[in-house]
Design a protein around this ligand. Structure first.
Ligand SMILES: *Cc1c(COP(=O)(O)O)cnc(C)c1O
Length: 403
């Protein structure tokens, strides 16, 4: 062979690192093109288990390793990864809903899931209604001929109601309706999505568990990723098929960041849960605050349902409802006065965050408090700072309310 040019030499370089390398981290395998040894291998039929090294998009050894670890975290058998938590929601709804079907959503569902149902799903001729996650008998009466999929979320977004998971899942089981749990809050650590109450309701669980890996699994506020897990091979095949239609893939550096964070997820969850418990209890005792929404607090909506499913874990999120005499502008001034809390969305990263919410357009069935009982709500996400520093910061910021 004549001497090849420097580009060809680089691209077709013959050196291959010897076999036998092993280390704790999973190697980052990047590819769009995946090479076949020869044409015979190219013509061989695809494997049926969803794992195939034919092209970078469906997966690489790095992404399949992450998927297997997330399946383990979720007590599941199968897992597909998606580019964000939201895309995992979209994947699930598109994989199982057809024109003419109906999907039921809890009234406190993650806002972008509500947006998807009212927008794209409605355009596709898929109906939706909202249910009260605390009222399983009213929910049961809503299940109809067309109800194909039920979304569950425990605890719900922003207002933190813990649903009657056992009652809701029993009603769906009795009618054979598919259930998908947005398990971002529990992260697979608070309770098992596929068997939510092994003592009192053995075998009862969701069919699908979706998670924003953006939150606890990443833990770094630096990655967007999602996952949908199941124990059912047929459901998994439907997810893989839709995943292929949508052309979802992940950046391998992002996959590596999540792999790197998973060994500390349980420690981080426990630490952030303990700090949130401390601060939620402290905030509930403050005169400026009408109530604190945090499942472990006895007067938080759905507390008894929380105790039945997740008594050891209450997550890193709580919301404080300020007394009605403080208007939204004053509560904004309190948030602006915080120094250890960033103002921003997402959660479960290292930095604590605070966001005031106007829920007037994101609830169909009303709020868990009357206007004379409470006013503006601030959602807190507790990070990894020392809890004493966060408490002192909340105390100094509350002074702007003249309390
Ligand atoms: C953040 C979040 C999502 C969406 O995750 P992204 O990765 O930000 O798209 C979905 N559900 C819940 C409950 C979330 O908190």
């Amino acid at each position: 062979m004549s001497k090849r040019g420097p580009s060809t030499e680089q691209i077709h370089h013959p050196f291959r690192a010897p076999e036998g390398w092993d280390a704790v981290p999973v190697p980052v395998m990047k590819a769009s093109t995946v090479l076949f040894k020869n044409t015979a291998e190219l013509h061989r039929p695809r494997r049926q288990d969803g794992i195939s090294y034919r092209y970078g998009l469906p997966g690489t050894p790095t992404t399949y390793t992450l998927a297997a670890r997330i399946a383990t975290l979720e007590h599941a058998e199968h897992c597909v990864l998606t580019p964000s938590g939201l895309s995992a929601i979209t994947l699930t709804s598109l994989a199982f809903l057809q024109p003419g079907d109906e999907v039921l959503l809890p009234d406190n569902v993650y806002g972008q899931n509500r947006h998807l149902a009212g927008g794209l799903l409605a355009r596709l001729g898929i109906a939706h209604r909202f249910y009260d996650p605390l009222d399983a008998s009213a929910f049961e009466a809503m299940l109809g001929e067309r109800t194909r999929l039920v979304w569950l979320e425990a605890a719900g977004s922003i207002t933190m109601e813990f649903p009657d998971l056992i009652g809701l899942l029993r009603a769906c089981r009795a009618r054979g309706v598919l259930t998908a749990l947005d398990n971002t809050w529990g992260a697979g650590l608070a309770f098992n999505a596929f068997e939510v109450a092994p003592e009192t309701a053995p075998g009862l669980g969701a069919d699908l568990s979706m998670q924003a890996l953006t939150k606890f699994p990443s833990g770094g506020a630096d990655v967007l990723m999602g996952a949908v897990c199941t124990r059912d091979a047929a459901l998994h095949r439907q997810l893989v098929a839709m995943h292929e239609y949508l052309g979802y893939g992940q950046g391998q550096n992002d996959v590596e960041a999540v792999l790197r964070a998973l060994p500390s997820i349980a420690l981080r969850y426990r630490a952030q849960d303990a700090a949130a418990r401390d601060l939620a209890t402290w905030m509930a005792g403050r005169p400026e605050v009408a109530r604190v929404l945090y499942p472990a607090l006895p007067d938080s909506p759905g507390h008894a349902f929380w105790r039945a499913v997740s008594p050891a874990a209450s997550g890193c999120l709580f919301s404080a409802v300020f007394r009605p005499e403080f208007d939204a502008r004053q509560v904004d001034a309190f948030v602006d006065a915080l120094r250890c809390f960033g103002i921003g969305f997402s959660w479960a990263g290292p930095m604590s965050l605070a966001v005031p919410y106007d829920l007037s357009r994101s609830r169909s069935l009303g709020l868990p408090w009357a206007p004379e009982e409470g006013g503006t709500l601030v959602r807190f996400a507790i990070g990894l700072e020392e809890v004493e520093d966060l408490r002192a910061d909340l105390a100094q910021a509350l002074e702007v309310l003249g309390g």
